[in-house]
Design a protein around this ligand. Sequence first.
Ligand code: PXP
Length: 253
Amino acid sequence: MTSPNNPHFLRLGVNIDHVATIRNARGGDYPDPVRAAHLAAAAGANGITAHLREDRRHITDTDILRLCDEIDLPLNLEMAATNEMLDIALRHKPHAACIVPEKREERTTEGGLDVLGKLPKLKYFVNKLSDVGVRVSLFVEPDEAVLDASKELGAPVVELHTGSYCDAPEGAARDAEFARIVRAAKHAEEIGLECHAGHGLTFDSVKPVAAIKTIKELNIGHFLVGEAIFVGFEASIKEMRRLMDEARGEAGS
Ligand code: PXP
């Protein structure tokens, strides 16, 4: 189960945005998110995720350039559907681009993409990125109609937004949110979409999601960087990896 060659292996993409948040709090170059990406690779991450936001509040253009040049792991560039971000993605050709909704006033990505309301616009972005070999994923709510529309757009991957599940109080509300994720992950597989998940995952919330066999990748950032303050970045990533493997193992192969 722990070998990336196992068809049931669950990849871990480590999001390093908030290393850059801490750096930018003082405006200098420490701590360096690229150094964090090297550490993540050493700790067993299968990919690096970074969100270049319109306001550059954490990751910068130079960070993206350096991640492309210096890191061997696949880079998953999270980007809003804007012409500026498209130009950057077409220039760097990361392994993958995850299209996310973005509002300047939000603290973090709130909710999934409005796929049903923005079909022609998203189609343009999916086509442009796919044409240069970038694997496109759409960050979506766990909703079957949205997955059907994502499939129609030709995106090979969807990333399910796990924020509502993570934020829900334990009990019926969280169970209902989790059931939505299970249904959506099953539906994604049925219609031929690769399914990823992420947002808000912690040591406490990761295992049920990791146990869903049709999910192939988790992208996790804020909690890993927060936990690194107490135990170090490598230890924080290794513990997340251990919990993911344990959940996958418990789910049987
Ligand atoms: N996936 C996507 C598409 C995101 O936008 C984010 C946050 O940048 C994450 C995963 C990671 O979320 P978190 O930092 O809460 O783990």
